[in-house]
Design a protein around this ligand. Structure first.
Ligand SMILES: NC(=O)c1ccc[n+]([C@@H]2O[C@H](COP(=O)([O-])OP(=O)(O)OC[C@H]3O[C@@H](n4cnc5c(N)ncnc54)[C@H](O)[C@@H]3O)[C@@H](O)[C@H]2O)c1
Length: 252
């Protein structure tokens, strides 16, 4: 199936590793030009090299999503070097603030908000001008089951991931007139570095709640996200797609 995004410019935040990296590579396989936006330079360089080895085009730019001026300048650079940005995937996030709310460090709570929520707001605002000019756009933000179910010890992370649902739906309402869609996917457990560091007994407990009895691969998220960014998904907007394979389903 031709997804109809050849030569479009897709910016992937957090594209240096994990899920963002898999998404960036999938865009390249579909013939899109890829802008990588991350603070992890080494990872960006290796993702870009892999894209170029596939015969694709990639540009990695160091940028902190939480810094609005930096973000605006970075998107201008992507458009100047690659062409107008019409696809944005927000994958960058911090996932390491784990503690109960009464002892949660205020600065870490604020960092969660700055990166995971304000960061997405900054990137959407920076990408909209070129999407509006082109009268075509696709925005997908990566939320989490923690944004839907809450997460024990994850007040900051889960609050920001819930926030993405309201943000994405609002953008869908406001930007439909420009043929810009805005959606969220919420993965459950995906085998990235974060999961490798989890204790084995915890991994086993979680696997029992997944209908396939195993964690997902970054590629599983990438296929869904790239489809939502395609021409074929032109009538899908304001949606929150569950990619948890059962973690949100009730069972006895
Ligand atoms: N891995 C999972 O099981 C899982 C489950 C549900 C949701 N998610 C979500 O999927 C997305 C990707 O997760 P992952 O597992 O690939 O994470 P990861 O930690 O492997 O990758 C995150 C990337 O974001 C970048 N980043 C962090 N702070 C940044 C900043 N301020 N500015 C720019 N870039 C920054 C990091 O450098 C890194 O490259 C995240 O939004 C995460 O919340 C992951």
């Amino acid at each position: 199936m031709d997804l109809g995004i050849k030569d479009r410019v897709a910016v992937v935040t957090g594209g240096a590793r994990g899920i963002g990296r898999a998404i960036a590579l999938e865009f390249a396989r579909e013939g899109a030009k890829v802008g990588l936006l991350d603070i992890f330079d080494e990872g960006m360089a290796s993702t870009a090299a892999e894209i170029e080895a596939l015969g694709g085009t990639a540009l990695g730019l160091h940028c902190d999503v939480g810094e609005s001026e930096q973000v605006a300048a970075t998107f201008q650079k992507f458009s100047a070097e690659l062409g107008p940005v019409t696809i944005l995937v927000n994958s960058a996030a911090v996932l390491d603030n784990v503690s109960k709310i009464e002892i949660m460090d205020q600065r870490r709570w604020e960092r969660d908000l700055r990166v995971n929520l304000t960061g997405v707001f900054n990137c959407i605002r920076a990408a909209l001008p070129t999407m509006q000019q082109e009268n075509w756009g696709r925005i997908v933000s990566i939320s989490s089951v923690a944004g839907v179910l809450g997460g024990f010890g994850q007040a900051g992370y889960s609050a920001t991931k819930s926030g993405l649902l309201g943000l994405a739906k609002t953008v869908a309402l406001e930007q439909g007139r420009y043929n810009i869609t805005s959606n969220v996917v919420y993965p459950g457990i995906i085998a990235t570095e974060m999961f490798q560091f989890m204790r084995d007994d915890m991994k086993d407990r979680i696997r029992k709640r997944i209908v396939f009895r195993k964690e997902g691969e970054p590629q599983d998220v990438a296929w869904a996200v790239v489809f939502l960014c395609s021409e074929k998904a032109r009538y899908i907007t304001g949606v929150a797609l569950d990619l948890s394979a059962g973690l949100t389903l009730f069972t006895f």
